[in-house]
Write a protein that binds this ligand. Structure first.
Ligand code: HMG
Length: 392
């Protein structure tokens, strides 16, 4: 039975910051960000947008009524959870009006969680061929004003519908994974921002990549020439490029090298405008590749490198199916990206870092009139988050 991605959707907040504005304000040469990190813009979430509202909006883009009747599991991968106990997927299940006899859970392991979710979805459908599983990767990456990672922040969510006979790509069941107990990036419960050993994190990302890639090729008896594209977790696009260069053999043929480089460029277009969205970043790279490449065709294989600090990583592959291109969005750049509002640095500092404070009774109300997203956090009442659907 072929199981894989039937639909894939994306949501980001309506605000963005131009990375050159950030560089100039911080007294940094803009080229450091635009060329050194290959980052151009960053999505900025107001406090009325969180992993629930973004995740629900990403899923709303793809689901129809039949999906909502047949989905029996919702998995959210996230490391920016809004509750230590209740899973974000329970809120999302309700906002999307999915039939009641569904399982809703949240998976955490830094940027890796949704990859485990995908594998869980595949196994679930193997046992229940008529099921559909909604896997959502949703995160808001915040390092703080003037922090070392400030230029690599972002916000957004990718939703994938997993089922048998998928219309986009088959999951090939060739996954190879690795765990290393190391501290490159982590966020203790008492801290709103992560701690990060920036340089070490990039070395660990690359070392986990090369060692897992070699093991993946060996285990599956594959070669880099079996792939038309490789998608990477993209904390910033330049690290993905370093990753690609680190696994390209010296004697690789020129056609393969050119194809992989061209498709790499297609895979980073959205992330360059969104920033790091942790668990969603790898799947945003896949979405960008599929929507922006004009050369990929049915039968082409795509390898994916998932990396979550701490660290767990995984390499697996997908095969595109006939008609995949008709099942993704056209003109996302024009329709979604170009309609965002550009913020000044002062506005970004205000909007992105405004915290939620409740009064003594556990209440807080937000100014939500400007929030045009499909769902928003309207208020907190007696410590309970109250989400609403936007009627505008
Ligand atoms: P930094 O100190 O801001 O930058 O740290 P840098 O000094 O390393 O410079 C960056 C690049 O810009 C360098 O290129 C410079 O040469 C170049 P490279 O040598 O690496 O090729 N550069 C210039 N280029 C052109 N013109 C110029 C110029 N100046 C310098 N004028 C760092 C960068 C990524 C470390 C920092 O932003 C950071 O700490 N970010 C957060 C951590 C991170 O993203 N780590 C990535 C791996 S870990 C991961 O992926 C997991 C994660 O997503 C979390 C999770 O799993 O949950 C983060």
């Amino acid at each position: 039975m072929n199981i894989g991605i039937d639909k894939i959707g994306f949501a980001m907040p309506n605000y963005y910051l131009d990375i050159k504005d950030l560089a100039e304000n911080r007294g940094i040469e803009p080229d450091k960000f635009t060329k050194g990190l290959m980052q151009l813009e960053m999505s900025v979430a107001p406090r009325t947008q969180d992993i629930v509202t973004l995740g629900a909006a990403a899923a709303l883009e793809i689901l129809d009524d039949e999906d909502k009747q047949l989905i029996d599991m919702i998995i959210v991968g996230s490391e920016t959870g809004i509750d230590q106990s209740k899973a974000a997927s329970v809120f999302i299940h309700s906002l999307l009006a999915i039939q009641p006899f569904a399982r809703s859970i949240e998976i955490k392991q830094a940027c890796y969680g949704a990859t485990a979710g995908l594998e869980m979805a595949r196994n679930h459908i193997k046992n229940r061929p008529n099921s559909r599983v909604l896997v959502i990767a949703s995160d808001i990456a915040k390092y703080g004003v003037k922090s070392g990672g400030e230029s690599t922040q972002g916000a957004g969510s990718v939703a994938m519908l997993i089922k048998k006979d998928p219309k986009i790509a088959i999951l090939n069941n060739d996954n190879v994974y690795q765990t290393r107990d190391l501290m490159d990036f982590w966020r203790p419960n008492y801290s709103i921002y992560p701690y990060v050993d920036g340089k070490f994190s990039t070395q660990l990302y690359l070392d986990c990549l090369t060692t897992t890639w070699n093991q993946y090729l060996k285990t599956n008896n594959k070669d880099i020439e079996d792939f038309k594209a490789i998608c990477f977790h993209l904390p910033f696009p330049k690290l993905g490029l370093k990753g690609l260069n680190s696994i390209l053999p010296e004697d690789v043929n020129n056609d393969t090298k050119e194809t992989l480089n061209k498709n790499f460029n297609n895979s980073i277009i959205y992330s360059q405008k969104v920033g790091n969205i942790y668990t969603g970043s790898l799947f945003l790279s896949l979405l960008s590749l599929i929507e922006q490449s004009n050369t990929l065709k049915a039968g082409d294989n795509i390898a994916l490198y998932s990396y979550g600090s701490g660290a767990v990583c995984e390499i697996f592959s997908l095969t595109l199916v006939k008609g995949f291109k008709e099942n993704v969005k056209e003109n996302r750049l024009e329709k979604d990206f170009s309609t965002r509002t550009r913020l000044s640095v002062a506005e970004y500092e205000d909007i992105f870092f405004k915290t939620i404070e409740v009064d003594n009774d556990g209440n807080a109300i937000f100014e939500t009139n400007n929030d045009k997203m499909p769902f928003k956090l309207e208020k907190i009442e007696n410590h309970k988050r109250i989400y609403v659907k936007n009627n505008k």
